[in-house]
Design a protein around this ligand. Structure first.
Ligand code: NDP
Length: 309
């Protein structure tokens, strides 16, 4: 069995997979001679790499979001695609989201602005129990984040396409479910994939359904947010608008262009798509398991190209 790896730090991945799949030949895309391979383990492969390998038993996407792979014109049809599910990203994402929620619940955003005027003024504390958080997307990572915040003591509402039951989380689904979640939360967290039905799901209409003074944390995908509507809801000065502030990790164009008004907005925090990098050790265990299962003909959870995730 031959597996071709394409990702930054491909050599680290090659070694990790070679340890876990001792009977397989693992090569990186820099050694790709065009010799046929059975599996690709890839993150954002170039079109030519996919075109060179049309006959595959499977493709493993080395991340949770499959949008870049599905939008690649070189993607062969009818090849099963599997993706990483949590694989150690859940706890990293939970830390990122917890930081964002605490930023607003404990008024760090307001203290940061007070500091610019040397203003020493303690603000009244809002208890966690009075700070409902909404999580859009209850997948492998989203569900982990929702349960972590519920364990922390926040009332948590979650939203998915199909009905779900998660301990300590009020679960919603469908359009009505989205409306009831939006009306109930102080911080909205977007952990949805980028698909035709999630693009610009955060728009003027959905932002208007949030309570005044709500905040947004988006580590999901940049395409989820209509940037013009976000800026409008934030208002353009240091005074809080309808939307109090935002912590953003993902953008439609990355790196975020230097002339984006988001960079200098006083109530926006920007991070460079660092919320939950794939931890190689945990992920390599999962990749090896997936390849072994596909090789043995065991059932694996493949992505649905129609749904886009
Ligand atoms: P999954 O694919 O496991 O889950 C996706 C979730 O979104 C599911 O609950 C699904 O519902 C829900 N969903 C999809 N479409 C809709 C829709 N139209 N309406 C309502 N719900 C919908 O994803 P993960 O939890 O693993 O990851 C979530 C996203 O986080 C990734 O797609 C990726 O974009 C992002 N990410 C960002 C990282 C970063 O560093 N910034 C790192 C890792 C991931 P259902 O359960 O019913 O199918």
């Amino acid at each position: 069995m031959r597996v071709l790896v394409h990702i930054d730090e491909a050599e680290t991945w090659r070694e990790a997979l070679a340890q876990r799949l001792p009977d397989a030949e693992i090569v990186t895309s820099s050694d790709d001679s065009g010799t046929p391979v059975d599996y690709l383990a890839v993150w954002k492969p170039p079109e030519s790499l996919l075109e060179n390998h049309p006959h595959l038993k499977g493709i493993v996407n080395l991340g949770a979001g499959v949008d870049a792979l599905l939008n690649n014109p070189g993607l062969p049809r009818d090849v099963p695609i599997v993706k990483l599910r949590d694989a150690g990203m859940g706890p990293l994402m939970a830390d990122y989201v917890r930081y964002g929620v605490l930023h607003f619940q404990r008024d760090f955003d307001r203290y940061r602005i007070q500091q610019t005027d040397a203003q020493w003024r303690e603000r009244p504390l809002t208890d966690k129990a009075d700070w409902p958080v909404g999580i859009l997307g209850l997948g492998a990572i989203g569900a982990h984040v929702a349960c972590t915040l519920a364990d922390d003591g926040f009332p948590v509402h979650g939203w998915s396409r199909s009905p779900k039951a998660l301990d300590g989380v009020t679960c919603h689904h469908g359009d009505d479910g989205l409306a009831s979640l939006l009306g109930a939360v102080n911080t909205l967290v977007t952990l949805l994939p980028d698909t035709p039905s999630t693009r610009h799901i955060i728009n003027a209409d959905t932002l208007a359904q949030l309570p005044a003074g709500a905040s947004l944390v988006n580590p999901g995908r940049g395409t989820l947010v209509d940037e013009a509507a976000l800026l409008e809801a934030l208002g353009d000065g240091p005074e809080e608008g309808r939307l109090r502030g935002a912590l953003l990790d993902a953008f439609p164009e990355e790196p975020l262009p230097a002339n984006s008004p988001l960079w200098s907005h006083p109530r926006v925090l920007i991070t460079p798509h660092m919320a939950a990098p794939t931890p190689v050790r945990d992920a390599a265990d999962q990749v090896a398991e997936l390849i072994r299962a596909m090789e043995n003909g065991d059932p694996v959870e493949t992505i649905d190209p129609q749904a886009g995730y």
